[in-house]
Design a protein around this ligand. Sequence first.
Ligand code: SF4
Length: 467
Amino acid sequence: MDLADGNPLAESLRTGRFCALIEYDTPGQEQPFESAVALGTGIAAAIADHPLVAGMTVTDRLHAEECHDPIDVAARLMAASHKPSVLHVAGKGSSPERVRDLAAKAASEGVRSVLAVTGNRAESHRSPAGKGKRAPAYEKGYLDSVDIIALLKHAGQPLFKGAGINPFKYDPVDLYLQYFKMLRKLNSGAEFIVTHFGWDMKKRQELQWFLRMRGCEVPVIARLALLSAENIARIHEDPWPGVRIARPFAAQLQRESSVNAAQCLSAQLRRIALQAAGCKLLGYSGVQLVGMPDAKTCEMVLTKIDDALSTYTAYPDWLAAWHEHHHGIDFAPVPDAYYVFTGLLESEQPMYDPENCPLTHQVFPLPARLDVLRSKLIRSLGACGPTQRVADALFCRGCRQHCEDLRYCFFLCPADCPKVLVYGPCGGSGPDGVCEFGHAPCFFRRVLALASHKHALDTLEEGIARV
Ligand code: SF4
């Protein structure tokens, strides 16, 4: 397929045509390429003539770093579907050189859209030895998605750049950290947003209201997951970092899967179709469908979504159907869950309106005294000046980050983040704010407390430049 003359996905998003993308995981190298991509090419052929589908997305190193080249996979899917591919570029075990190489190869293969993700925890990155202990450094490192966006911006290729967000956070600190980092990604060059998957539609509406409140007219794609009976059987193990399922919803899923496979599939198809219709009514530009097991199921999902999109064209009708399918259950996985606005998911108010969408009161915690002291001392010693060695001896815990970049985390040593990030958190923390590695609260909770204490929250949104 020759997509050299333009970017149909970017054009579709910019013109406001609601679309679907099918997510496909780049397979591991244990299988030969041809047989490994057979499932993907089967799905690609099945969606070739579907008008709702704008293309396929190809993940990078999602399940293992030893996977096939995602650009070879993307090229094969484009050839089979005659539609564009969106390439995920993961920072896990990655480097600026790899990002530049991927950008150059993507451009030469006709891939025009890229989604930057820091990546989930590497398989070989061990957990800390106990609670409160730090995770050993991962020798290959994690390149932050903010860095990837900035690198792609300066790579000299005509790439449409996307960034991720996990809006499914229920503590004000974790949630605002996600929103600030999303703004930092936009300020660094991201042109569209893709969300984590989740089922709480209040959180989906909250993200749209937040973007409107901040005057961001950026296209947002909602990832929606089709759960299999096997997924549902494992839900109590919390199999997805950054996704926690509320108990009433888990109970409903288990009831749906307890009778037979057909009933389970039917309930999941209805749910994903309702979610897609809701996303359109809430202002999303499209949906990215995760967990398609085969071409036939993918076609069933798309048929159901088409039906739901034509049935639910009014927000109150959709809302009534959503509540009815879920018997009005609460999707928040913790008591006293935090939402930025009041009035979310009420029938009168689909879109943000400053008069009718009041903010919820929230207070950020105070920073620890030691963190205030550290930050002050390093600033006054000059983290990057001649006294840097003194500052390092006092406070550096071996993060190996460039001293100039430490200002993004208020001079706290990012070695306390197992991924050694400085620009903001990954999406992997739990609903209680505990790090994806499970040893301690997310490092960036301390960063936000310092920023709030210094009345400098706006600095958490600043973009970065990389050449
Ligand atoms: S400390 Fe926060 S940003 Fe770092 S790995 Fe843990 S959850 Fe992710």
